[in-house]
Write a protein that binds this ligand. Structure first.
Ligand SMILES: [Mg+2]
Length: 342
């Protein structure tokens, strides 16, 4: 029977500036780095990066789970991680897959924003009026897809900033609006109508993400019938079980997938191979360890229905040099030196 040596280290990564969403302010990204070592010395890196307000387990639950495991771990223990711990499932299963890849010569050295623009990465703009000035240097560097959080201030003010932003953005830019479930039906309809009206005259709204709460799938199905601007589900499909449920209930629009939150990568692969979903890959603000697996292992293994920018343009949100200077081993070592979050 297969066994692995299991070690884990928590991390605590402050954002340069707190991120404002409909769920409130978020100032530190916390998670857990996993290291599995096989009997013949192969190392597999993984990461547990939960977001409890998004529908995963809490960090405390993930830590409790890691603590409950023996340091000599049976492969079967990984197969039986419960669906109630989706971020743990992702972390352990991806670490097993990463064991097939030699990571010693890989560095995280980030491509410049220009190169990222070339591979179509979507960049997160600051919320509110700050967006009006933040896009320019990124466009100059070659970025052409942005995400902007809405549903934070009142409707009229936001629509006004939105109109302004759309007038300023170059015509070839694609803007993704993300309400994080923070609108009601009327507000969502106002937003979508405004997007429809502007369409063809300004930059393009690629889609409106999660206008209503995850409990309002029926209303979102209705909205999608009434407007041209596409709707993408995000919070509604945070975990694999939710994704399956929305598909079964008839959603055929876009699905935003945050792999670090969804659960088993293999389960996602099987489902996507069977049903060919219109996917938008998105970051859960994980470290380069999970990002490496997602971008180099998982995404290339899933069939593409429609090429869309991937939402991993988030490095500029952190102060540290993990992405630009680090590699797997260095990141791990830095965690033992700087201490843990406990
Ligand atoms: Mg979203």
């Amino acid at each position: 029977m297969n066994h692995y040596w299991f070690e884990y280290r928590p991390y605590d990564r402050p954002f340069k500036q707190p991120l404002h969403t409909h769920h409130g302010w978020w100032s530190n990204r916390q998670g857990i780095i996993l290291r599995l070592t096989s009997a013949n010395g192969q190392v597999g890196w993984g990461e547990i990066a939960p977001i409890a307000w998004f529908g995963t387990e809490t960090l405390a639950q993930a830590l409790a789970f890691c603590r409950s495991l023996p340091s000599k771990l049976a492969a079967a223990a990984i197969e039986h991680i419960p669906a109630s711990l989706p971020a743990c499932r992702f972390g352990f299963e991806s670490a097993l897959e990463m064991m097939q890849i030699s990571t010693t010569s890989i560095t995280f050295a980030s491509p410049s924003p220009h190169q990222l623009g070339a591979v179509h990465n979507s960049y997160l703009l600051p919320t509110g009026e700050a967006a009006l000035h933040a896009w320019q240097p990124l466009v100059t560097a070659g970025v052409n897809t942005f995400k902007w959080k809405i549903g934070v201030a009142n409707l009229e003010d936001e629509l006004q900033i939105f109109n302004h932003l759309m007038q300023k953005l170059p015509a070839d830019v694609r803007l993704r609006l993300d309400a994080n479930g923070g609108l009601d039906y009327y507000q969502a309809y106002q937003w979508l109508q405004t997007c429809d009206r502007l369409s063809g005259h300004t930059a393009t709204v690629e889609f409106l993400e999660q206008p209503l709460s995850k409990h309002q799938l029926k209303e979102m199905l209705q909205l999608a019938e009434r407007v041209q601007t596409p709707i993408a589900l995000d919070e509604s499909v945070a975990t694999f079980e939710q994704l399956e449920a929305c598909y079964t209930q008839g959603w055929r629009g876009m699905f935003v997938i945050k792999p670090a939150l969804i659960g088993s990568p293999q389960q996602l692969r099987n489902f996507c191979q069977q049903y060919c979903l219109d996917l938008v890959w998105s970051s859960a603000l994980e470290t380069p360890i999970a990002q490496y697996f997602i971008q180099h292992v998982l995404i290339p293994s899933i069939p593409v229905v429609q090429h869309r920018a991937i939402g991993f343009g988030v490095d500029q949100w952190f102060n540290d040099a993990w992405t630009t200077e680090g590699n797997f081993e260095q990141l791990w070592q830095s965690l033992s030196l700087t201490g843990t979050i406990e």
